[in-house]
Design a protein around this ligand. Structure first.
Ligand code: NDP
Ligand code: ZN
Length: 358
């Protein structure tokens, strides 16, 4: 029965995917005498935690009940008071959790507090599912850098554009719609200035998945992004441009006037690990890297890749000059190649989607 209730709690947590960052996805279910008397999910950073919603619904029935939570209850004062205190105050009998919270502010302390108050604790129910659910959060909290997804649409021969730079469209509309769903799961979309110059994309979430719009981040060492580019003029989502240290205040001014946030790095080239560190400091928990080949190459060479989402179209482009999905130097030896595991394969219309993780 523990697993059944926890599965429901995980579903509740999952329902808020894409909207809780930089907080984790959390669900809670309150059960008394074999009946569900309360449930809830954490919906947005700054809003009540899952336990608060669930206990509120349970009201007086919380006394003597069992509470299923998909993550260790918090024990610190953040934007809201600690849930461990609330569980004690409501006199619950037992608390079941999937896993402890890797956040050093919580890590085991919530469980300790509950135990000291005489509450029965069970840890480890559906832990694997819970780890998968919050993998972006766990990565972010333990490394202080965003979880990186590389995404590309390519032909069956691995090309992302023709030799003349045409890339519209390789995959079907159905596959492109799926991209919008995936974009929404990330805090930011990253592209190189090459992609801005070639395609002038808007990089917004559309196709009915609107709601949260991720930040658009352009890697542009010399600030070559045109002021009339869609990412600057459309005002549909925040835009950040990352530049090298030689870019002057004077050059930055018109962009800042247009509402763009500029991150100036301390080096002349944009180093991916330092970039990830800067983004982590700005609470960016996950990024969706949409190309082009050069930018993908830089993420690969610094081995900063947690996940790849590839959309593959049954089409052949050919040509030595046509870019492949990942450019840059590439690895010289097979033993250095980044090896991933396929986690998901799906047919979307005429195309195939593959999700692989490190
Ligand atoms: P990119 O978008 O990869 O941009 C490359 C430029 O980004 C570099 O020239 C560099 O310019 C800048 N940059 C800044 N920092 C870095 C860094 N750390 N690593 C790499 N680049 C950095 O452009 P590409 O020319 O490789 O790709 C564009 C092509 O790819 C287009 O034809 C486009 O249509 C296609 N494309 C296809 C996609 C698909 O999924 N099918 C997706 C995206 C693009 P600077 O030195 O000035 O900063
Ligand atoms: Zn809490």
């Amino acid at each position: 029965m523990d697993e059944q209730y926890m599965r429901f709690a995980l579903q509740l947590a999952q329902s808020a995917r894409g909207q809780t960052s930089p907080n984790p996805l959390v669900g809670a279910v309150v059960v008394k005498h074999g009946e569900i008397v309360g449930f809830g999910a954490h919906l947005k950073a700054g809003e009540p935690h899952a336990e608060v919603h669930a206990l509120r619904m349970a009201g007086e029935k919380a006394e003597g009940a069992t509470v299923y939570v998909t993550l260790e209850p918090c024990s610190h004062y953040g934007k809201t008071p600690p849930c461990a205190d609330l569980l004690i105050e409501k006199k619950v009998k037992r608390v079941v959790v999937t896993t402890t919270d890797p956040n050093p502010l919580v890590a085991g302390k919530g469980i300790e507090k509950l135990k000291r108050a005489g509450i029965d604790i069970t840890v480890g129910v559906l832990k694997e599912e819970a780890d998968a659910l919050n993998e972006m959060f766990f990565h972010y909290i333990s490394t202080k850098t965003p979880y990186v997804t590389l995404k590309y649409a390519m032909s069956l021969d691995g090309k992302i554009a023709t030799k003349t730079g045409e890339s519209k469209w390789i995959t079907s509309e159905d596959a492109r719609r799926d991209v919008h769903r995936e974009r929404r799961m990330h805090d930011a979309i990253v592209v190189g200035v090459g992609t801005i110059l070639a395609d002038d994309p808007s990089l917004t979430v559309r196709f009915g998945y609107e709601g949260k719009q991720p930040i658009r981040i352009v890697l542009d060492t010399h600030l070559r992004t045109p002021l009339h580019a869609n990412v600057i003029t459309d005002q549909k989502a925040p835009t950040w441009i990352v530049v090298g240290q030689h870019v002057t205040e004077e050059q930055m001014k018109p962009y800042e006037h247009a509402g763009v946030h500029i991150i100036r790095m301390n080096e002349n080239k944009i180093d991916i690990p330092s970039l990830l560190h800067e983004l982590g400091k700005r609470n960016v928990m996950s990024i969706f890297v949409e190309g082009g080949a050069h930018v993908h190459g830089s993420f690969l060479s610094s081995r900063s890749v947690q996940q790849v989402i590839a959309y593959i179209a049954p089409m052949l482009i050919g040509g030595n000059e046509a870019p492949s999905a990942i450019g840059g130097e590439g690895f010289g030896r097979m033993m250095d190649a980044l090896r991933l595991q396929v986690k998901h394969v799906e047919r979307i219309g005429p195309d195939i989607k593959i999700v692989a993780k490190g």
